[in-house]
Design a protein. Sequence first.
Length: 254
Amino acid sequence: MQSSGGGLRLSRREYVASKRSRHGSSTFTEAEIGRLLAAATTDPHPQIFAFVFIALHTAMRASEVLGLRREFVDLDKCVIHLSRSKTGARDVPISVNLRQFLDYYMRTTMAEGGWLFPSPTSASGHTEDLAKPWRRIVENGNLAGRSITRHTLRHTAITHLVNAGVDLPTVQRISGHKTFQMVCHYAHQNQEHVQAALSKLDSRIVAPAPSPINAANVMRDYTGITQPTTNGARGARQIPEKVGGPGWTRTSDQ
């Protein structure tokens, strides 16, 4: 067994697969998120629902979620302070729904040693392994049978942010990615949000309906080259007078 570094222990095959395609793991749809949370609600493990809920709302890594302490959560400022993370210290914004949940969770849960996910049997004092309840809710939510790793919750949250049209710098601030290029990878995976953005642009550019054109009488020049016109007799070309010749008068712009 290999440790995922996020409380979900994987078999060697799963561990290698997740390393090879870290950003290629499955993404939960909105319907699948609902099924996963429903399964977590009825699971006997007392921490699995909170783990999934917080991870989906913050895009935090599993290890960051399980290592949360009460003093990290600032409900007044709506942020979670992470003093130690993979990419260094950062503040994770809290949504309205997550704020309400954390307020309730911290008031009704015994936080031994200040941990949000305490474990008296763990050397660290907090839960580090949620492999069994995780597998149960994946199976009970009819989500098994595809590549689902400990990274799927984070991957899902970031993907939904991008597809919702959130600008990439903001996504980077929420996800805590070290480089902007890593966030751009998510934008390249699904182009639906790009088409949605272009549709918004289309709605702002409204051209008047073209009037009927008699092609026999009007010839449009789309090449940028002015067509010769006629003057006087039919078919006779209009030739400009030679500059300085008879009949030529200097004007202020010549």
